[in-house]
Design a protein around this ligand. Structure first.
Ligand code: ACM
Length: 538
């Protein structure tokens, strides 16, 4: 398999000899592949120092083309003939083939400048035929709990592309911060994007960092991120969380909260971890406000899906609120759960009228879900199974397997020991399609994604540590047609990872080494919230 990660569907054995790529090698981009050629020149060109000039009829060339016989994201990479070829069913397929090409060149192809300018590069002589198992191969990044400056986000898009991941779920708002400029509501960035201080460690930690934390992306930053992702065939799915996880927005615009229950004008952007009781009021003014937010979000993000959160909405305030009770009565609803379903349903219809589809965490199933809406199944498989059986599309991302904030080894050495132990092997043996689904129901499983919640990750180095190497395992689960979990060849994955760690080193990724954290990755004395025992499947 030439040590490829994720593993390709088919790879011929190396034939004798090597294919040379050098200063004389041209790059021929047939129609529709110009963007991939641009990426190759910018990325592999920078690493190798090779000019990769336009083709002029010479035999020594790499040909990029779109071929109708291949599936849209599939590709064929041929290095055992002249000229070398990367063919794809679409530009996306050619791009994924280019990722394989880069891996075959060796780890130094992942650097930003050549170590020895002028050297020739060699590839094994082989043919790879490959296509992904799932169309949704994602990473969710929480930039609300800890802001990741734009440069870091662009770097993560590069890391995703290198692993053939194609959906970036961008968690932009939460109780602890609002990260996207909304022109008509300036206080969302002036006020809601900053909190006064941050608890250092997880919920029970007595340690505080007593300095403001915050930041946001301007509209142009978002445009740049979306365009950068699109060049890498990655779709950015924005998440604006309603009606829970909204304290930051309420701190900026107190009328959004349940002002008949609490003095919302006294609220600040939350400085603690957990689930805030301060949720949106279900009044018309709140709906109009968020329609305004989503209008600007739709202008910036072309993705079909728009994520509205919907998770962990505490109903305490609604139970006490005369306005919420009146709303429930007016609408003829049974209870607060149905009120939440109505709230989400409003935005489901609103998005559908604009040609988009709503996706939300699996709590949105409670109280009924609008046709066409999709579910991110995070509390185990149960929500995903129920959604698929009801005809809804599902992204399987159960906390028990693919929450990469959870610690990745037992013992006291993990920097912030939260959650269940989820090792690299656990993630590798994660199966996104539950066995109890029929073939028809299973078609609703669009794919899978890893979720990176950042309460305990204050910078990119911490994110790297939690994400890698497990994100490489998730990428293989999402891309490759692996056998049933118990039959997966983890030893082979580990063998290929030995080569992949050299690529991650060249990329400057601060992954968790197989032997445990490096000294600077440890953080003794920072309290966490370990959960012992096997993970439940709710
Ligand atoms: C979640 O982890 N609350 C979606």
């Amino acid at each position: 398999m030439a040590d490829l990660v994720p593993a390709p569907a088919h790879c011929s054995a190396d034939t004798a000899g090597r294919t040379r790529i050098g200063a004389g090698t041209a790059l021929e981009a047939r129609p529709g592949t110009e963007g991939v050629a641009r990426w190759l020149r910018a990325t592999v060109g920078a690493a190798t120092g090779l000019p990769l000039p336009e083709a002029d009829g010479r035999e020594d060339r790499l040909v990029l083309s779109i071929e109708a016989d291949l599936p849209p994201e599939g590709y064929r990479l041929v290095t055992d003939g002249r000229p070398a070829r990367i063919q794809g069913g679409s530009a996306a397929g050619v791009f994924w083939g280019a990722q394989t090409f880069r891996q075959l060149l060796g780890p130094d192809a992942f650097r930003r400048a050549p170590l020895r300018p002028g050297r020739d590069w060699e590839l094994p002589r082989l043919t790879v035929e490959d296509a992904p198992r799932f169309g949704w191969r994602g990473l969710m990044l929480d930039v609300a709990r800890h802001f990741m400056p734009k440069e870091g986000v662009l770097r993560y898009l590069d890391l995703m592309a290198a692993h053939k991941l194609n959906v970036f779920h961008f968690h932009l708002t939460d109780d602890q911060g609002w990260r996207i400029e909304i022109e008509r509501y300036p206080r969302l960035t002036e006020v809601a994007s900053w909190r006064a201080r941050t608890r250092f460690g997880h919920r029970a930690s007595p340690l505080w960092e007593e300095k403001p934390h915050g930041g946001h992306y301007t509209r142009d930053d978002i445009r740049e991120i979306v365009a950068y992702a699109a060049e890498r065939h990655i779709t950015v799915v924005p998440e604006i969380d309603v009606p829970g996880h909204s304290q930051a927005a309420i701190a900026a615009y107190p009328e959004l909260g349940n002002a008949d229950v609490v003095d919302t004008s006294a609220l600040t952007v939350w400085d603690d971890w957990g689930i805030s009781a301060n949720v949106l009021s279900p009044g018309d003014a709140t709906l109009r406000f968020y329609e305004g937010v989503f209008e600007e979000v739709l202008e910036l993000f072309p993705s079909e899906f728009v994520h509205v959160g919907g998770d962990e909405c505490r109903k305490d305030q609604w139970r006490l609120s005369p306005a919420a009770k009146a709303r429930i009565a007016d609408l003829g609803l049974a209870d607060e759960d149905e009120l939440q379903a109505w709230f989400i349903g409003h935005f489901g219809t609103w998005l559908a009228e604009r040609g988009r589809r709503l996706i939300g965490w699996d709590e949105i199933l409670e109280g009924g879900l609008a046709p066409g809406a999709a579910v991110s199944s995070w509390r185990g498989y149960g929500g995903g199974v129920a959604a698929a059986r009801a005809g809804h599309d599902v992204v399987m991302c159960p906390e028990q397997y693919v929450y990469l904030d959870h610690r990745q080894a037992p013992g006291d050495d993990e920097p912030v020991p939260i959650g269940f132990v989820r090792t690299l092997e656990d993630v590798y043996r994660f199966e996104p399609v539950p066995a109890e689904l029929t073939g028809e129901e299973a078609r609703h499983v669009l794919g899978t994604q890893a979720n990176l919640w950042t309460e305990v990750m204050e910078d990119s180095a911490r994110v790297d540590y939690q994400a890698f190497p497990r994100l490489a395992a998730l990428a293989e689960v999402a891309w490759s047609r692996l056998p049933a979990p118990a039959d997966r060849d983890f030893a082979d994955f580990e063998r290929r990872m030995a080569a992949h760690y050299r690529r991650l080193d060249a990329l400057g990724v601060g992954y968790r080494p197989p032997t445990g954290p490096r000294p600077w990755q440890r953080r003794p004395g920072v309290p966490g919230r370990p959960i012992d025992g096997p993970p439940p499947n709710r």
